[in-house]
Design a protein around this ligand. Structure first.
Ligand SMILES: O=C(O)CCC(=O)C(=O)O
Length: 224
């Protein structure tokens, strides 16, 4: 199994991550995005929410994963939890409007999403937030994204996943079934409609042996 090694900017030590490349990926070609038209499956949810799925949107995603691990300025956030300050269990990095993204294929992906969905001018995908889940201990708790949950309008959040799959869980805020979408190796999911207001999503911790995953979330910029 190939080993990805990188110097972590915060822990000041070398992190080593065993990473199993997808057998479907080729390392000889430039990363390429497949067309979205005619290949996206919409799953309607309750309350006017929906998710769109496009498995394997990005070919050669393993090469992109390996680049992102090393070139992205990963940050280890800490947050207050009751009377303690704890590590946020994942590494993050954020690229605001107009920033150069850490891999050219991410710029292509944002352009393709804007072309395919043709959102209103103020809802165009403009930012990229990156999350690095190193092991099954890394996670993000149930939440709706701030970009959509405080505003009484529909919005979209597109997530491109590279590396090993992790399950994105989605549930209605009022309760009910949990939908589970395993996402990795170039898969695209877009959460739209009322999803950020009426539903929550999470990457839950797992004790299963899972490899590392990076997610890239494309979002519009909303007035605060
Ligand atoms: O990693 C993912 O797919 C989800 C990330 C997420 O929900 C967030 O950062 O708000």
């Amino acid at each position: 199994m190939p080993i990805t090694t990188f110097e972590h900017p915060f822990y000041n030590r070398i992190m080593t991550i065993a990473f199993q490349p997808s057998l479907l990926d080729s390392f000889d070609e430039r990363p390429a995005l497949a067309p979205l038209a005619g290949t996206v499956r919409r799953i309607p949810l309750a309350d006017g929410a929906w998710v769109d799925l496009r498995p394997g949107w990005l070919a050669d995603s393993d090469a992109v994963f390996e680049t992102l691990v090393t070139v992205v300025p990963w940050r280890a956030d800490r947050r207050q939890m009751y009377d303690r300050v704890v590590d946020v269990p994942r590494l993050v990095s954020h690229f605001g409007p107009g920033a150069t993204l850490p891999h050219p294929v991410l710029t292509d992906a944002m352009t393709e999403l804007n072309t395919y969905y043709s959102p209103a001018a103020d809802q165009r995908f403009q930012t990229a937030g990156l999350c690095f889940y190193r092991t099954g201990d890394d996670s993000v708790a149930w939440h709706g994204d701030r970009v959509g949950r405080t505003i009484d309008r529909d919005t979209m959040v597109g997530i491109l996943s590279v590396g090993e799959p992790r399950v994105l869980s989605v549930r209605r805020k009022t309760g009910g079934d949990v939908l589970r979408f395993p996402l990795g190796h170039g898969d695209l999911i877009v959460m739209g409609g009322s999803c950020q207001r009426t539903h929550e999503h999470a990457i839950l911790k797992t004790k299963k042996a899972v490899g590392p995953r990076i997610s890239v979330q494309f979002r519009p910029v909303w007035p605060t």
